[in-house]
Design a protein around this ligand. Structure first.
Ligand SMILES: *Cc1c(COP(=O)(O)O)cnc(C)c1O
Length: 433
């Protein structure tokens, strides 16, 4: 594809015209800069607001005003079963059976609830393998779980470092570490897409390797959900959790979600923390003395659903259902390839090929929309300059090893970003360097 790319507005416009998803941009509010659309490349941090969000949220506000408590059992969108309205669409986004997903709580909370079930260490089998430099919240969750079970996190947690001279963890290092740990290994937990480097992991291979030694495999999908085509069920993943405010456009801090593999979800003996919303809905309101878990991921639910957050998420998931992950990932590949082409073209034109190195192994993996651009010098000045010109992206200070002058993460999102955005980014980068 990239051999036929051109760094021109004519070419970018042509790509936008041919894009079968081009009508979706208009279904979002795009932040403005001096009377023009911003180049919003920050969907990896906070997705944009669908225009339908307010409609869906207002509907529930009005029903609450109109009906009060009766809203729980109004037709179609009754709050008692509101989570059913998002079940199928989120199951499609993550490649799960409907019974394997539940929309509930928030990411770190959900990780803890899942670790209750999937990290039950014994004296002999208590180790966790995860990535070094994981998102702090995930690291705190794992450390506190190890401590909670009476283990020193330094003994229990094996943090895999990137290979020497690289920012990336070599896939074979993960598989070897799992094999080496063998029957001491209780759990493998990784980010499906690394939040900083954008590296996508082979979740199926990791899951297979974990199962081979009798461990569970779970994934934090914060940067994967809505970004990659996931097949959690087919990959036989044990559990996963995600937030819905990044690529899923559910709104700041909105309700997250979980995946629990069918074989665990249907096992009533797997220990889990219980609350009334995880009880079989047939008997939930009879307030039985004894907890009877509904035999699905829903049994990890504790509390009744946050309806306003769910309504916001529903608006966005409807767009995912219309667009389909297949079409989104196909466009994503073209769009990110084009952005990469434009950036390289600008650097070549400036004779500054060494100014930016692309940390993300994008060409090797050809999936996920994020590119992490590491600057040899002047990273912060260039970031400030493009920001002033209307680019919204994300700045990370130089890493702990002090390499480079920091990283700009850019995520062209196939639902609402255009090829013209990628072209204009190149123009502004050109001016900034
Ligand atoms: C965004 C993100 C989080 C945020 O956690 P919350 O509980 O939603 O605040 C956690 N982990 C990773 C990897 C993330 O990217």
């Amino acid at each position: 594809m990239s051999s036929s790319f051109e760094n021109s507005i004519l070419f970018a416009n042509k790509m936008d015209q041919q894009d079968p998803l081009n009508s979706f941009r208009n279904k979002f509010f795009i932040p403005q800069h001096e009377g023009h659309d911003c180049i919003y490349f920050c969907g990896n941090s906070l997705g944009l607001q669908p225009k339908n969000t307010a409609v869906y949220v207002n509907e529930e506000l009005q029903d609450w005003a109109r009906l009060g408590v009766e809203g729980h059992f109004k037709p179609t969108t009754g709050w008692f079963g509101y989570h059913e309205l998002v079940r199928e669409s989120i199951a499609n986004v993550v490649g799960a059976l409907p019974l394997e997903v539940a929309v509930m709580n928030h990411l770190t909370v959900n990780l803890h609830l899942l670790l209750v079930s999937f990290y039950r260490p014994t004296k002999d089998r208590f180790k966790i393998i995860c990535e070094a430099g994981a998102f702090p919240s995930d690291r705190y969750a794992l450390q506190s779980q190890a401590r909670f079970h009476g283990f020193d996190p330094n003994d229990a947690i094996i943090e895999l470092e990137p290979s020497k001279g690289s920012d990336l963890i070599a896939p074979e290092d993960i598989l070897n570490a799992i094999e080496d740990c063998g029957d001491e290994l209780a759990l493998v937990m990784f980010g499906g897409v690394h939040y900083f480097t954008g590296q996508v992991l082979d979740m199926k291979a990791i899951t297979d390797a974990a199962h081979e030694v009798g461990a569970y495999a779970g994934f934090d999908l914060a940067h994967a959900v809505g970004n990659l085509k996931l097949e959690l069920h087919n990959w036989n993943v044990d559990f996963a959790a995600w937030c819905s405010y990044k690529y899923l456009n559910g709104g700041p801090g909105t309700v997250g979600g979980i995946f629990v593999n069918e074989r665990h979800a249907k096992n009533p003996y797997l220990p889990r923390f219980a609350g009334w919303w995880g009880n079989d809905p047939e008997t939930r309101f009879k307030m039985p003395h004894q907890f009877t878990p509904v035999l699905s991921a829903d049994s990890w639910q504790l509390s009744n659903a946050p309806i306003l957050e769910m309504a916001a998420l529903r608006a966005s998931l409807e767009l995912f259902a219309d667009a389909t992950m297949d079409k989104l990932t196909a466009k994503s590949l073209d769009l990110t390839s084009y952005l990469l082409f434009v950036i390289r073209d600008v650097l070549k034109y400036k004779g500054k090929e060494n100014l930016i190195s692309i940390v993300t192994p994008f060409e090797a993996q050809l999936k996920g929309c994020q590119l992490s651009l590491q600057f040899a010098t002047d990273g912060k000045q260039i970031f400030d300059s493009i920001t002033k010109s209307g680019v919204i992206s994300d700045w990370r200070e130089p890493d702990q090893q002090g390499r480079g002058s920091g990283v700009i993460r850019v995520a062209p999102v196939p639902l609402y970003n255009s090829f013209k955005d990628a072209y204009r980014f190149g123009q502004l980068l050109n001016e900034a360097i």
